[in-house]
Design a binder for this molecule. Structure first.
Ligand code: ACO
Length: 406
């Protein structure tokens, strides 16, 4: 008998022979050629190329091409591709009305997701699963998601929208659309553009994480690429996934503002009483270190030392938390190490990006991965609809009691 007194053999007979793997800790849901992770060794590769080399040597646009089409582009290919994307960053003017519907100060993530769904309606003649429609949707999303993301933020601040500029790169356009003003444009700083480029590369794909599995799952019903990607944005928004980069900064600021000793904060985490976690720590797959965090940490020191915006006190709290945690039995025995989000928020802040944009920056970075994974599923002639099973543990059969007797 099960915990609730029901006859397990009866339940098994009804369910069939299924495996219970809560939260898919041990279940591979697909075969994929896109991203390789070795969680024990801290290895991450896109299409075979180590993340360290890609972050150092390649632009985000090159990596988008690599992740989606499988090979690094030639100079000519990448120039043509970037030019095409930049020329397609303009949104249909009617999309402006959509933004006005949302209350001021709305978080940009749900607004971005709604905007991506709306894109499918403006491209309704090209939402099929055939190669041509998929290619059109791919290019539209890559070109216009950064614009939507920037406008979602502008709208939350009540600031006017800017138009993309053909003489700027893809990443520069995104930065200017989000943080520039019509009067002054945006004063570019090469180290910020390069830093953001590297951060976007680090986020470009990460195999079957929560948001990517969501995109593949929604796509497995043959829902179009736009709405599948919008579902990925929603999945990413939670604090246990992409939303963690915002939560880390809020956690560090709370520790500073309330004058909490980092050691005492970790004691609270370990006591598990208030349900608080050390945000930015732990990972389902990496059990040694997250190679993205190692790269980001190097940038954090460099960018914070130069930037007038960066809060060095928060960086030193983060470093102290990491130092204590890495020597503490609780964290060591559970193999909890800093993940990509532990330092990324600090860098975004140092770059002058507001905290509510952190998860949006993650979404812009992860976009090529979502698209590549959806395309991989869609291109497989044997692909089936995703449909996990369950073990039913509810009531046995019972009869409805008439309303006057309940
Ligand atoms: N702080 C304190 N304890 C933690 C943390 C943490 N950050 N992460 C895990 N633990 C503990 C759990 O309470 C659990 O303890 P127990 O064995 O005593 O019950 C044990 O470590 C195992 O953790 P799980 O929750 O089973 O690990 P899971 O693989 O399910 O979750 C996750 C991974 C969601 C990343 C988790 O570590 C977490 O919540 N971290 C904080 C949020 C975060 O940084 N998310 C970003 C992840 S990276 C990304 O999505 C980009």
């Amino acid at each position: 008998n099960g915990d609730n007194g029901y006859d397990i053999s009866k339940l098994r007979a009804a369910t069939g022979n299924v495996t219970l793997d809560e939260a898919f800790g041990n279940t591979a849901s697909c075969r994929s050629e896109i991203t390789f992770i070795d969680g024990e060794e801290g290895i991450l590769r896109y299409r075979g190329y180590p993340i360290e080399q890609l972050a150092e040597q390649c632009s985000f646009v090159e990596v988008m091409w690599l992740v989606i089409y499988g090979e690094l582009p030639t100079k000519e290919q990448v120039e043509k591709f970037e030019d095409e994307l930049v020329h397609n960053m303009f949104l249909d003017e009617r999309m402006r009305d959509l933004f006005r519907c949302f209350p001021r100060q709305s978080h940009p993530m749900p607004v971005l997701s709604a905007g991506i769904c709306a894109l499918s309606t403006f491209n309704r003649n090209h939402v099929g699963l055939g190669a041509e429609d998929v290619e059109i949707a791919t290019r539209k999303l890559l070109a216009q998601v950064p614009t939507l993301a920037a406008y979602a933020y502008k709208n939350s601040k009540g600031q006017p929208f800017l138009y993309p500029k053909y003489d700027l790169s893809y990443v520069e356009n995104f930065i200017r659309l989000a943080f520039g003003t019509p009067a002054e444009g945006y004063q570019f700083d090469e180290s910020i553009t390069q830093g953001l480029n590297a951060l976007l590369v680090l986020h470009a794909d990460h195999e079957q994480n929560c948001s990517t599995s969501t995109v593949r799952m929604v796509g497995s019903s043959q829902a179009n690429l736009y709405v599948s990607v919008a579902s990925g944005v929603n999945a990413l928004s939670g604090p246990l996934h992409g939303g963690a980069n915002q939560s880390v900064l809020e956690m560090l600021a709370a520790i500073r503002d309330q004058g909490i000793d980092p050691k005492d904060y970790l004691e609270q985490v370990k006591a598990k009483k208030a349900g608080i976690k050390l945000m930015g720590f732990g990972h389902r797959v990496y059990k040694n270190f997250d190679p993205r965090a190692a790269i980001i940490k190097k940038y954090a020191d460099e960018i914070l030392s130069k930037s007038p915006n960066g809060d060095k006190e928060l960086l030193s709290i983060a470093k102290r938390l990491e130092e204590i945690a890495l020597e503490d039995e609780y964290f060591v025995s559970r193999k909890l190490y800093p993940n990509v989000d532990f330092y990324s928020g600090l860098i975004y802040e140092a770059m002058g990006f507001p905290v509510e944009m952190f998860t949006v920056l993650f979404a812009v970075g992860r976009l090529p991965g979502w698209i590549a994974q959806w395309r991989e599923h869609n291109a497989d002639p044997k692909a089936r609809i995703s449909r996990p099973r369950q073990i039913y543990v509810g009531h046995d059969k019972r009869d409805v009691v008439p309303m006057d007797q309940r």
